[in-house]
Design a protein around this ligand. Structure first.
Ligand code: AMP
Ligand code: ZN
Length: 114
């Protein structure tokens, strides 16, 4: 989508600190980190949220989680623990309507989230 901020990052029309890229997935550091490690993992193809994913996107969705697994190891938060979050809808706190998985780690986290 032309006016989607994350599509603009995919197209390199907007700057981001990219930490992983392959044919289908891009990951970059959150511009307002909520933890010492805070990455966003997105499909390069525009999908507005998990609700916009199709049954045929199963492999793509799996790739997002496997990227989170690999990045957690690379960022050194695998042993201490990390959280993955995908907000769907404004009521859940979604502010960017391009599906993204937050990977957060490097500090203790409470449960349930606020
Ligand atoms: P959400 O509230 O789940 O939609 O998360 C959106 C996240 O994207 C927030 O944590 C923002 O800080 C982050 N964000 C927004 N714009 C950018 C950007 N241009 N580069 C990196 N992170 C961004
Ligand atoms: Zn987009």
């Amino acid at each position: 989508m032309s006016d989607c901020p994350f599509c603009r990052i995919v197209r390199r029309e907007a700057r981001a600190d990219v930490v992983l890229e392959d044919d289908d997935v891009l990951a970059f550091r959150d511009v307002r980190p909520q933890a010492p490690v805070h990455l966003l993992i997105i499909p390069k193809r525009h999908v507005d949220s998990l609700a916009g994913a199709a049954d045929g996107d199963a492999e793509l969705l799996g790739k997002l989680l496997l990227a989170a697994r690999d990045l957690a190891r690379r960022e050194g938060i695998d042993a201490t623990g990390y959280r993955i979050v995908a907000n769907r809808g404004r009521g859940a706190g979604q502010t960017v309507f391009h599906l993204h998985v937050h990977l957060l780690g490097g500090r203790a986290m409470g449960w349930p989230p606020g």
